[in-house]
Structure formats: C-alpha cells, structure tokens
Design a protein around this ligand. Structure first.
Ligand code: CO8
Length: 257
C-alpha cells in the first residue's frame, strides 16, 4: 500500500499508520483524509490484521484540519464537498485503532485521536479544540466526543476558550488511557496493539462494538445489546478454544472464527 500523505507499515498482525506531512505539522487536508480512510478500510478488510495504530511525529500528532485549504471555502463548497463523511468511514472501522499521540493534537487532530478507540499519549502531548479562535467550531465530532470523554465542564472550557490541555490533565480527565515518556510511546502503543491482535478477532470486534454502544444508548438498552453479543460468542470456535485453553492450562490458539 502506497499513499501520498501517510505511511503504512505492517508488524505481524499490527498495522501502523503514520501521518506524514511533518512540515505542515500533519495538518489534515482532504488527501490525508482520503488516504487515511482508504488505508484503514483496507486493513479492516484484511483478516491478517488484528489491530491498527495511528501516529504522527514527535512535534505533532496533527495540528488540525488544513487551515490553508479551508480559507477560501464558501458555504456551498463546504456543503458540496462534505469531507466529513470520510471521517465517518474511519469511525465505522470494526477493528481497534489506537492513537499514539505525541505533541500537538489540535482541532481535527484531537478529533481524529478521539475517533480512534483509545489514546496513548507521550507526556509532551497537547490536546485542544482551538477552532473558536479561527471563528469556526469543531467539525468532525469534537464537540460531541470531547464532551462524552471529559464531561461538560472541561469540554465547554476547552471549546469556548480554545486552550490546550496537557497530557497529565488529559489523563486525569479521562481523555487518554495512558501517559508515557516520549521515547516509550511507540513501544507502549505497539505492545498494546500486539496484545489486542493476539485475541480472537470476532470477539475483539464485538467488544469494541459493545463499548461504542455505551456512547449511543441508555443503560438498559446497552446491557441488553451486550447480553445478545455475549450469547453470540458461544457460536464461535474461539469461545470453545479460549475456555478449553484455560481449563487445560495452556495458551489459547485462536483461529479468529
Ligand atoms: N493548517 C495548515 N497549516 C498548519 C496548521 C494547520 N492546522 N498548523 C500548522 N500549520 C503549518 C504552519 O502554517 C507552518 O507552515 P509554514 O512553515 O509554511 O508557515 C507550519 O505548519 C509550522 O507551524 P508553526 O510555524 O505555526 O509552528 P509553531 O511551533 O510556531 O506552532 C501550533 C505550532 C501552535 C500548533 C500552530 O501551528 C497552530 O496554532 N496551528 C493551528 C492549530 C489550529 O488552529 N488547529 C485547528 C484547525 S481548524 C480544524 O481543525 C477544524 C476541524 C473541522 C474540520 C475538518 C475538515 C477536514
């Protein structure tokens, strides 16, 4: 796979996607949105991949949507182009995606990290939704996902003032799952991805789907949904293998079906 704005690398069952416009601090232009969603969807369809990691450079995961590309847009251009549907495609990927964030994750960059399933951050990471300073607002889910991740008080503070949140505050607030030293970032993300990729793939998809349903439904409905998926796992060979391996005190060998 070869793309203009990203690099894709395979490490056994893990795929690493690196945003690669370093001079523009990985500003997300339309080409990058296309490349990223094409790559993620291709990897999603490849049964030999169990987990993906999306990362940027040491200075910037992504400093937002490409402001220079957007400057001259009219309302009708924005309406017609409808770039945002590309990001919906990324959100519809069924395999886990980990965001490994170092440096700036601003605007669309913060939103991209939040579309991923969880964020591992270097202690240099800075998160923010500074769109208000440009006279606009978040456009790929930031006002919704940030609020669900950190609650109304922090989200309002971030979105209305445009201030940045450092990695420690982001971890305290529930935006990121782990904070590590910058030189540990990729090792930590790859270890997590490798662990996930070794699990049963259908079970992994169901676990991801169930957690995401918690964002969209009430508790009773979510619990019912989880119960149905749990029951469905008993139709899988991987359930038989996983439980047999525990009883026989040996590592499970999942066949991903
Ligand atoms: N868009 C385009 N170019 C950018 C962006 C960006 N978002 N961010 C940085 N760059 C470019 C700079 O213009 C500069 O280029 P050049 O060397 O040609 O002048 C280069 O990257 C380096 O940037 P700086 O010199 O500014 O680097 P500093 O270290 O001084 O500052 C900052 C780093 C603080 C990150 C600063 O660059 C900055 O504030 N960037 C803009 C952050 C921002 O406002 N992000 C939000 C953008 S709007 C948005 O994301 C809306 C999302 C919804 C729509 C999604 C549609 C796809």
């Amino acid at each position: 796979m070869s793309y203009e704005t990203i690099l894709v690398e395979r490490r056994d069952r893990v795929a690493v996607i690196t945003l690669n416009r370093p001079k523009q601090l990985n500003a997300l232009n339309v080409q990058m949105a296309r490349d990223l969603t094409d790559a993620a969807r291709e990897l999603d369809a490849d049964e030999s991949v169990g987990c993906m990691v999306v990362t940027g450079s040491a200075k910037a995961f992504a400093a937002g949507a490409d402001i220079k590309e957007m400057t001259g847009l009219s309302y009708m251009d924005a309406h017609r182009l409808d770039w945002f549907h590309l990001w919906d495609l990324l959100g519809a990927v069924r395999k886990p995606i980990i965001a490994a964030v170092s440096g700036y994750a601003l605007g669309g960059g913060c939103e991209l990290a939040m579309i991923c399933d969880f964020i591992i951050a270097a202690d240099t990471a800075k998160f923010g939704q500074p769109e208000i300073k440009l006279g606009v607002m978040p456009g790929i889910g930031g006002s919704q996902r940030l609020t669900r991740a950190v609650g109304k008080a922090k989200a309002m503070d971030m979105v209305l003032t445009g201030r940045m949140m450092d990695a420690a505050e982001a971890e305290r607030s529930g935006l990121v799952s782990r904070v590590v030293a910058p030189d540990r970032l990729m090792d930590e993300a790859l270890e997590a991805a490798k662990t996930i990729a070794a699990m049963s793939l259908p079970s992994t998809r169901m676990n991801k789907e169930a957690v995401n349903v918690a964002f969209e439904t009430g508790l009773a409905q979510g619990v019912r949904f989880e119960r149905r998926l749990f029951q469905a796992t008993f139709a899988m060979n991987d359930q038989k293998e996983g439980m047999a391996a525990f009883v026989e005190k040996r590592p499970a060998q999942f066949s991903h079906d």
